[in-house]
Design a protein around this ligand. Structure first.
Ligand code: FAD
Length: 373
């Protein structure tokens, strides 16, 4: 059922979902304020692997949304063909040599969807993509997905925010924690813990892992599966690697400044969450990740730690995106999802469209917060 189109929106959250939504709203001529508690890109978007993909298995609707998300990046890439922060140089993945190996099943599934996927044995890899230690590839072989890519989210956020401000959008950073203000059955805007208030007839809550907590004040439950994630950045290193690598012990992607970023499931599990809510990362975890990356790179280069980022990786409890308006609270929209790099441009576009038209977009039908009851 259509709701009323909006004339003034507050977007809370300076990660990719908030920034993308704010710029799309401003492109539609809607008065928009973008508020963030700290500096922009200080959440998950500032420490993301940001591999643009729809690899492996998921629901048909989620796959479709991701593919459209990638399409929007292709359009952006055509506008900035030389951008060092957005590359479509493919992805290469292989599994462990044990019972968990599902390379052939994943390949068959991807091919059945028309997702560009090629099965490569170790010896075939150098002719497809450079810089890989082919001896590390397991005997079942790898999948090369030539259509995949990566984005440096802080660079993209900077670009989008510059456009937002140029179009007259109001940017408020370092505002402290914001909450959504409510009156009978509708939102009235946003209030910050520092006492500032911003009136609006619609609010988009794009606060990453904080979304379920804030939404709970309306009585709407959003299950939260957010883990604490670790992203390691190496010092710049001269390597021919172009593709994003997803291997059993480490994921690796190049960065705009000639370094690498790394993550993995095992290193995420080694993060220590202290009782006061701070995080601890062991030196052995950092070194372990550098060593694992070295093993999958041609020539096994020595990699040095530049820095690391640790904190929540927003993931809804059922793994699928939570997008769109809360039922029962007029003007209250949420954006909470994993794979926010892949979905960032399309999610902002569709949220802006829904607010502008007052109509629910069919591409978001499966992802509404109301599915949780
Ligand atoms: C290690 C890692 C690897 C990843 N790999 C991939 C990948 O390969 N591909 C992919 O597509 N995605 C990946 N992701 C996921 C992707 O990065 C995230 O889904 C995306 O960055 C989330 O963006 P967001 O805008 O929802 O949240 P965030 O980037 O966390 O932004 C939320 C912002 O809101 C602010 N905020 C929070 N609460 C409040 C409040 N109450 N008031 C005001 N401001 C508030 C925060 O400070 C933050 O700036 C990865 C993420 C991580 C961490």
């Amino acid at each position: 059922m259509p709701t009323h189109p909006v004339s003034k929106v507050v977007v809370v959250g300076g990660g990719i979902f908030g920034v993308s939504s704010a710029v799309h709203l401003s492109r539609l001529g809607i008065e928009t304020i973008l508020i963030n508690d700290g500096p922009l890109a200080s959440g998950a978007s500032g420490r993301s692997l940001a591999w643009l993909n729809s690899a492996r298995m998921r629901s048909a609707e989620y796959h479709q949304l991701r593919m459209i998300g990638i399409d929007r990046y292709r359009t952006l890439s055509a506008k900035y063909p030389d951008a060092a922060w957005l590359r479509f140089d493919g992805g290469l993945t292989w599994d462990a040599d044990d019972a968990s190996n599902e390379i052939l099943e994943a390949l068959a599934h991807e091919k059945s969807l028309g997702y560009d996927a090629r099965h490569l044995l170790a010896g075939d890899i150098p002719s497809a993509t450079p810089g890989i230690a082919t001896s590390a590839v397991t005997r079942q072989g790898a999948i090369f997905n030539p259509g995949e890519g990566w984005v440096d989210l802080p660079s993209l956020i900077k670009l989008l925010v510059a456009e937002f401000v140029e179009r007259g959008g109001q940017l408020v950073t370092d505002a402290g924690r914001a909450t959504v203000t409510l009156a009978t059955g509708r939102t009235t805007g946003v209030a910050t813990e520092r006492g500032a208030t911003f009136a609006a007839d619609a609010v988009l809550l794009a606060t990453g892992s904080d979304v379920p907590r804030t939404v709970a004040q309306t009585g709407q439950h959003i299950p939260d599966g957010t883990p604490i994630a670790l992203l390691v950045r190496t010092k710049p290193v001269a390597l021919p690697l172009r593709a994003v690598l997803n291997t059993p012990r480490v994921a690796v992607r190049p960065t705009p400044d000639g370094a690498l970023v790394l993550d993995s499931a095992w290193s995420e599990e080694e993060v220590i969450v202290n009782p006061d809510g701070t995080y601890g990362v062991k030196a052995s975890t950092l070194q372990g990740l550098l060593d694992e990356a070295s093993k999958v790179l041609e020539g096994n280069p020595e990699l040095e730690l530049e820095s690391y980022g640790v904190g929540p990786k927003p993931i809804p409890g059922d793994g699928e995106p939570v997008f769109g308006r809360l039922k029962g609270t007029e003007g209250y929209y949420v954006a909470f999802s994993h794979s926010g790099a892949t979905l960032g441009l399309i999610a902002g576009e569709l949220h802006a469209d829904e607010m502008d038209t007052g109509n629910e977009h069919p591409l978001l039908a499966k992802f509404r917060p109301t599915r949780f009851g």
